[in-house]
Ligand binder design. Structure first.
Ligand SMILES: *[C@@H]1O[C@H](CO)[C@@H](O)[C@H](O)[C@H]1NC(C)=O
Ligand SMILES: *[C@@H]1O[C@H](CO)[C@@H](O)[C@H](O)[C@H]1NC(C)=O
Ligand SMILES: *[C@@H]1O[C@H](CO)[C@@H](O)[C@H](O)[C@H]1NC(C)=O
Ligand SMILES: *[C@@H]1O[C@H](CO)[C@@H](O)[C@H](O)[C@H]1NC(C)=O
Length: 581
């Protein structure tokens, strides 16, 4: 600064208009850049100082406005360095070298532009728009970590820029490190009573949960002040704690960071979640004597568009009134199929849920979602390749209902039945070489003899507050007298069309979803029930796949659905109701 002051002195002694104008321009530019530099430095400092405070919105929102405004006028060359151009994000390194970029709220984006990620060494990769996270209402992008950066010891956060500004990169300051997916608070949910956090890497393995007393919830205000509250429950990836004291008056517009502190290690878990204010009591929901739907079905989906109609139409006829799909960013025609079903009167919602290997957490989330919105009395957790039926249902009858089955279980058993589970029969390819046109219930009719696993229908009010669930089965609140009941195989069973025609099977098993189940390609846990017997680690069609897993012919559901759903066409042909004419 001193040299500038001395120049200023010189100027005062020998005023020269041209020089003066040039110099004032220079001063203004200088002030402008130092202001932005310091604001940027501040936002970085805050960021690295408390990684759980992702809110840099107040600091550089204006910058983004400037940038986009200038970009709209291509002739006005944007000549600043890239941090002024880059969009404020929080970034997480996901498995498979993918980076998730979460754009700070209220950042204007232009969807017509192509975006890219630029890394410290100048390498870049395209940034793909990845949807809006529904609960936090923030926009996300994904990009790949370029090969040249993968060998580094520390992965630093890329800058998100539009393609046009790629030449502007010249940022000398070290970028903050990328957050790692294996240790992260990734979602939060606020009920009227408490706050629920979803975190990876705090409870490491199934069955080994930290005691709540080892943790605290921490809330970080925009000014950097923090408040903590006790953790009341720590189960799997789900943590609960009270809302911060009501005397803390938050501004509604202010974004509050939320995370967990591991007390013994004095460690704040990095977080991309933000605190959602305590919802106002919803008297409309409280006034409802019952939740809106008696029975809902909830599942995690990825590219199940072509299977959805059959699954929804079938289960709707047997009593499911509402379908909740946690969508792992499908890129098939899922949205179209969902919209069509919606127009045909089916109650069906999709919620974007992109977190890798978080099926259990997603199911815990669905209980909170249903409770808060007064949606479902019971929720059935079955996948889109699973069909629930009772062998006692007769095809000549009207459509039977799962409702009467559940009510019957509640009436005819001692104690409170909080969960009903059914065994699964696993069907093989049944000779099919491609996806059967009439649907899976028609195409797959041969299965393994021994039933595997079970799937459950759970009474939402009976779920234990810890929200623990393992492979579609919840822990019910035993203190309140609830218990689970397994149906006999005469009363209820799930047809699981697990080993479908090879092309379908291959696609499905590429992506395993459970947090605690190994990837089928990995050469570990060979005895796991999740592995497919006789299948190696390569997605190569095993010999004689079409006839595998065929020990028992089982046409029961085929006959039922044929009787209920087949439509007669001319020329003595039929089609199933879910087949598009
Ligand atoms: C989500 O954010 C956008 C802008 O960032 C806003 O227009 C919209 O109202 C928000 N939606 C909800 C449900 O809060
Ligand atoms: C959809 O929900 C409404 C209640 O909101 C219900 O009356 C209707 O039967 C449901 N539709 C189906 C197909 O289940
Ligand atoms: C979502 O898909 C990704 C692959 O894109 C996968 O790694 C992840 O496990 C999936 N998560 C869930 C919950 O299905
Ligand atoms: C029509 O179908 C029925 C049963 O599928 C069959 O028995 C009958 O021979 C068919 N008639 C003609 C004219 O194909």
């Amino acid at each position: 600064m001193s040299s500038h002051y001395s120049r200023w002195e010189i100027m005062r002694r020998r005023p020269n208009t041209t020089f003066l104008i040039t110099f004032i321009t220079f001063l203004i530019l200088f002030a402008f850049f130092s202001l932005n530099l310091s604001r940027y430095a501040l936002s970085r400092f805050r960021y690295s100082d408390s990684v759980f405070d992702l809110d840099t919105r107040h600091n550089n929102n204006d910058d983004n406005n400037v940038f986009l405004h200038e970009y709209n006028h291509p002739k006005r060359r944007v000549s600043s360095i890239h941090f002024k151009l880059s969009i404020s994000t929080v970034s997480v390194l996901l498995p498979d070298w993918e980076i998730l970029l979460i754009v700070s709220p209220n950042t204007p984006l232009h969807y017509a532009y192509n975006y890219r990620c630029i890394f410290q060494n100048g390498a870049f990769s395209p940034a793909r728009f990845f949807g809006v996270l529904p609960f936090m209402n923030v926009t996300t992008f994904k990009c790949d970590l370029p090969e040249s950066v993968r060998r580094r010891r520390i992965f630093s956060k890329p800058a998100l820029v539009t393609e046009a500004s790629e030449n502007e990169i010249d940022d000398p300051s070290p970028a903050p490190e990328l957050l790692r997916w294996n240790f992260l608070v990734y979602e939060s949910f606020s009920t009227e009573d408490d706050v629920v956090l979803f975190a990876k890497g705090v409870n490491h393995r199934q069955g080994y949960d930290r005691s709540p007393s080892e943790l605290r919830c921490v809330f970080t205000m925009g000014d950097g002040n923090t408040v903590t509250t006790a953790v009341t429950s720590s189960v799997q990836e789900v943590f609960r704690c009270p809302h911060p004291d009501h005397v803390l008056l938050f501004q509604e517009s202010e974004k509050i960071g939320i995370s967990l502190v591991i007390i013994a290690e004095n460690l704040v878990v990095p977080s991309v979640a933000s605190y959602i204010l305590r919802p106002r009591p919803n008297y409309a929901i409280k006034a409802q004597a019952q939740p809106k739907y008696f029975l809902c079905a909830c599942t995690m989906v990825y590219n199940v568009g072509k299977f959805l109609r059959e699954w929804v139409m079938y289960h709707s006829k047997v009593g499911v009134e509402n379908f909740i799909l946690y969508d792992n960013n499908s890129d098939d025609n899922l949205e179209t199929v969902v919209n069509e079903l919606h127009e045909e009167g089916y109650n069906i919602t999709t919620l974007l849920w992109i977190w890798p290997k978080t099926q259990e957490a997603g199911f815990s989330h669905s209980i909170l979602h249903s409770k808060s919105n007064g949606l479902c009395s019971w929720i059935m957790y079955v996948d889109v390749d699973e069909f629930v039926f009772s062998p006692s249902w007769k095809s000549q009858n009207e459509f039977p209902s799962l409702k009467s089955m559940l009510l019957h279980q509640q009436m005819s058993n001692v104690g409170h039945i909080g969960q009903v589970s059914m065994q699964c029969n696993e069907f093989g390819p049944s000779g099919q070489r491609k996806n059967p046109m009439e649907g899976v219930t028609q195409g797959y009719t041969c299965r393994r003899r021994v039933e595997q696993r079970h799937k459950s229908i759970v009474l939402v009010d009976a779920v234990d507050p810890g929200l623990r669930n393992v492979i579609h089965h919840f822990e019910v609140n035993e203190k309140q007298g609830y218990r689970s009941k397994q149906l006999s195989m005469e009363n209820g069973v799930v047809n699981h069309y697990k080993y479908q025609a090879w092309d379908e099977f291959k696609n499905k098993f590429r992506r395993r979803v459970s947090a605690y189940v190994v990837d089928w390609r990995q050469n570990v846990n060979l005895k796991s029930k999740d592995r497919t017997p006789g299948l190696g680690f390569q997605p190569i069609e095993p010999k004689d796949w079409v006839h595998k897993f065929c020990e028992v012919r089982d046409q029961r559901l085929k006959s039922l659905t044929r009787a209920w759903f087949s439509i007669k066409l001319r020329h003595n042909e039929t089609r199933m109701a879910w087949q598009k004419s």
